[in-house]
Design a protein around this ligand. Sequence first.
Ligand code: ZN
Length: 284
Amino acid sequence: MSQSQEIKDRIDIVDFISTHVQLQQSGRNFKALCPFHSEKTASFFVFPERQSWRCFGSCATGGDILTFVMQKENVGFGEALRNLGDYAGIRIISKAYQAAEHEVLLRANEETSVYFQNLLLSDRGVPAREYLKAREINTDSIEMFELGLSPPKNELHQHLTSKGFDIKDLAAAGLVTPSNPVKDTFSNRLMFPIRDANRRLIGFGGRALGQSQPKYLNTSKTALFEKGSVVYGMDKAKSEIQRKQTAIIVEGYMDVIACHAQGTLNAVASMGTAITNSQVSILT
Ligand code: ZN
């Protein structure tokens, strides 16, 4: 179960919101003066059955217990998750706390991947799509391997912070360099999301478009990602490797994609380095 789901299961939204706002019963629901805008008649509602809230007044917004905390405390998703974890007493279990941290990074990576994929398919992705075409990577492969394009000029972290992510969490995910000013790690690169055998999106590889160096750049070491322990393509190749009891190890992302397009479904890549013991243990 995800940490956010565990929190939602443990904390009743009515109990929680009533510690911040004076709620009045209204039929099956509860209402109050909206804590997010100034008003004289109550237009803020909490719905116990759906475990959600909504302001029908000038905010015209709503959500679940996490979005309530994000708005009330003006914090990002990660901070809200930790605050609610503390409230529910979940943090005392360090493994669960770690899981909450991981969930934030995974969520940031997933949001990033969608952003990269959309950019590749937009007008701005034409040069990158032409490059892929020249490398004979077709649209099926682009979709299957969720290829994307990272934007120039720090657009990614602007997008992610607008979605409620904290810079601290984005840095922990390896998506930004927490310098001053903050910089996107990947800029104007063809992006390869890297999933583990359980399909968790643990990091990215990026190939430079144009002359920038290095030619290939991976997510740096994070709580989820350690280059020597990752095998690219494992999420796609796992069942075929089990069936054939054999893995074909190729050098890079493009090679894995080319193999899978030709029906060699047990191909994975060691990510450009010599294969490590830890990678071998993933395969066996
Ligand atoms: Zn409101």
